[in-house]
Ligand binder design. Structure first.
Ligand SMILES: [Zn+2]
Length: 113
């Protein structure tokens, strides 16, 4: 279950941030999650609740902003939302779409006190 190691990574970031800001509580963690990041939100939530227990991030909310899978054509340079794993350019039908977003998972913001 790789969501567990992802949750651990998020917790590391949150605790570091709290320390730097002399915070005693982590209230909320905002995440950017690409639709192709391959993360199950349900198991990430579960892992998060598990590993934040007895830390200052216990009870902190994970707020997720999903980003679509977007690719840029190697021939005409246009950008498209990639659907149904179709990586051929719908415009010139000659190029291949290179992913420019949609696989990311990162912390966008943290709310601490
Ligand atoms: Zn194209």
């Amino acid at each position: 279950m790789h969501e567990m190691s992802i949750a651990e990574g998020i917790l590391d970031i949150a605790l570091d941030y709290a320390k730097q800001n002399d915070a005693k509580v982590v209230h909320e963690v905002g995440l950017i999650l690409g639709e192709m990041a391959g993360v199950e939100m349900e198991s990430l939530d579960f892992s998060w609740r598990l590993i934040t227990k007895d830390t200052i991030a216990e009870g902190a909310k994970l707020t997720v902003r999903k980003t679509p899978l977007v690719g840029r054509c190697s021939k005409c340079g246009k950008e498209f939302h990639i659907e149904h794993y179709n990586f051929w350019c719908p415009e010139c039908k000659d190029g291949v779409l290179t992913t420019i977003s949609g696989r990311e998972l990162q912390v966008e913001y943290l709310e601490v006190d």
